[in-house]
Design a protein around this ligand. Structure first.
Ligand code: NAP
Length: 290
């Protein structure tokens, strides 16, 4: 990598960020295409966000990724939001266009692209999504543009209801949306004829890798199971889904595709998704060996 006086700086801000895979796969993509860009990560606590954004402006950073805990609070520091970020109410990507900071969200499109990249048809399909937090919100909004039916199941039912209400209010297309609690009964009923199941809760994430949000008996071979978790790469949910013959997609696909969408916003160039994926997989392998 050749750093010069003209190198464009992209950065991740959040807290914590030291284990993020983004620097590894974004730099791999910049290098692969010979772009004079570099990507670094900065730990920024909630109380430091406003100073950090002032710094981004005065130092002329080209782009940012924004992660927990700033995805919502960063909005008030920006000059403009794209339509999806406005509807969803969160930002994970910022472009500095001639001094104006523009906020985008690529979480939803990252999940949708991960599904499409793996050959999963969305149009008219019944999709059951578990969770109604930030990730589910971004993904549900984006999926509602194509799905036939969307069912949101969440531990706190009111949050699922709110999300369904917001989608119905803010998207132009009419889509069947239902919601309910994350109960065994709802899972059994809703998964019978579901085409796609998405886990957008942390159930099954390290150190609780023996947990799963869905009983194996409710999974079937005609469904695609997509778990947003990437630590571990193959969750218990995905292992059991694979065992029943279902198609499976892991959280690394989503991470790469949301990063790829950010890359496109910063550079205007189609991202080398395979290069990004390989770099992230190698980095994960390297970390396991340490
Ligand atoms: P969040 O905003 O904190 O939302 C968490 C969601 O999970 C909420 O709906 C919450 O339900 C539910 N939940 C949490 N603990 C639970 C439990 N023990 N039992 C049942 N439900 C539980 O988090 P988020 O940002 O949406 O992230 C959700 C998951 O997606 C995390 O595992 C995160 O690592 C993953 N993720 C992955 C990517 C990627 O690129 N692969 C990107 C974003 C997120 P309540 O509403 O009842 O609290």
């Amino acid at each position: 990598m050749r750093i010069s006086g003209e190198t464009k700086v992209c950065a991740l801000i959040g807290y914590p960020v030291e284990h993020s895979l983004s620097p590894c796969f974004q730099n791999a993509a910049f290098q692969h295409l010979g772009l004079n860009f570099v990507y670094v990560a900065f730990p920024v606590k909630a109380s430091e966000l406003s100073d950090a954004i002032r710094g981004v402006r005065s130092l002329g950073f080209h782009g940012l990724n924004v992660t927990m805990p700033h995805k919502i609070t960063v909005i008030k520091h920006l000059d403009e939001l794209d339509d999806a970020a406005k509807k969803i109410g969160s930002v994970n990507t910022i472009l500095n266009r001639n001094g104006r900071l523009i906020g985008y969200t690529t979480d939803g499109i990252g999940a949708v692209n991960a599904l499409k990249y793996n050959g999963v048809e969305l149009y008219g399909r019944k999709i059951v999504i578990l969770g109604a937090g930030g990730a589910s919100r971004a993904i549900s909004f984006t999926l509602a543009e194509e799905a036939g039916e969307l069912v949101i199941l969440n531990r706190t039912v009111g949050r699922a209801e709110r999300l369904a209400f917001d989608i119905n209010r803010l998207i132009s297309r009419s889509v069947r949306i239902r919601w309910g609690g994350l109960t065994e009964e709802n899972l059994r009923e809703e998964l019978k004829d579901a085409d796609i199941l998405i886990n957008a809760t942390p159930i099954g994430m390290m150190p609780n890798a023996d947990e799963t949000p869905v009983k194996r008996d409710f999974l079937h071979p005609d469904m695609t199971v997509f778990d947003l978790i990437y630590h571990p790469l193959e969750t218990r949910l995905l292992k059991e889904a694979k065992n029943v013959g279902a198609k499976t997609i892991n959280g690394l696909d989503m991470l790469i595709h949301q990063g790829a969408a950010s890359f496109k916003i910063w550079t205007g160039i189609d991202p080398p998704v395979n290069v990004m994926m390989r770099a992230a997989e190698e980095e994960l392998k390297r970390r396991e060996e340490i």
